[in-house]
Design a protein around this ligand. Structure first.
Ligand code: PRP
Length: 214
């Protein structure tokens, strides 16, 4: 395909909102787009190739240039610190990173344990607070950790807050607000600036009108 643009999309909960946004920007994506198990989806009419990656891996594909563009949460960008440009705050998938734990508990005085999927963000945060902590990296179900005594606190995403409530946990500190970003490989941005800028303009005008979420 000539002038092909490859976009790394995050599989999982951001995916539908991101696909919705592209449709609202006037791009024709096939109806089965969201239900497919394919990891590479070509949309020839739009000269787009989508690759479906784990959210945490999206900046890696973009940094290495195998994807020109990507949609990644700010949480992932802060954790991964990849050599990519952030083009646009897409204002979708709003949530925040917070410190949480069991109610009414103090952190251990000596090297309290913090369980998280975001070891770099958590380490940086506690260093800035002047607190020495031990980070325990987990890959999911982070809320389990304080419930079974693996950690004193967790650093994790809060969206609706349901997971915390249903597991009897409370929020102690809010670290940073998160939304999804459109990111670009610096070389792709130079080589394919016309098509990329068109996409940015179309997405910007959708956001100015207010993104309609389902
Ligand atoms: C995320 C996050 C929390 C939950 C927050 O987990 O890690 O566990 O969502 O959402 P809520 O505030 O709306 O309850 P995810 O479902 O992505 O799965 P994970 O446990 O694999 O991280």
């Amino acid at each position: 395909m000539k002038d092909l643009i490859t976009i790394a999309m995050p599989k999982g909960r951001i995916f539908e909102e991101a696909a919705d946004l592209l449709r609202q920007a006037g791009y024709e994506l096939p109806p089965e787009f969201e239900d497919s198990r394919k990891l590479i989806i070509d949309v020839e009419e739009e000269r787009f190739r989508f690759i479906l990656a784990k959210p945490m891996d999206v900046p890696t594909y973009v940094e290495h240039g195998v994807a020109d563009l990507g949609i990644a949460g700010k949480d992932v960008m802060l954790e991964e610190e990849r050599d990519v440009y952030e083009l646009l705050d897409l204002q979708i998938s709003k949530c925040y990173l917070a410190v949480a734990g069991l109610p009414g508990t103090r952190m251990n005085d000596v090297a309290p344990k913090i369980a998280t999927k975001y070891p770099n963000v958590a380490a940086r945060y506690f260093r800035e607070q002047g607190e020495q902590v031990e980070i325990i990296k987990l890959n999911g179900s982070i809320e389990l950790a304080p419930l079974i005594g693996l950690s004193d606190r967790i650093v994790d995403i809060v969206s609706t807050g349901r997971t915390l409530v249903e597991n009897g946990l409370v929020e102690y500190e809010r670290i940073v607000d998160i939304t999804s970003r459109l990111i670009v490989n610096p070389v792709s941005y130079r080589m394919k600036d016309e098509r990329i800028n068109e996409l940015v303009e179309r997405l910007t005008s959708v956001m100015q009108e207010g993104v309609k979420l389902r």
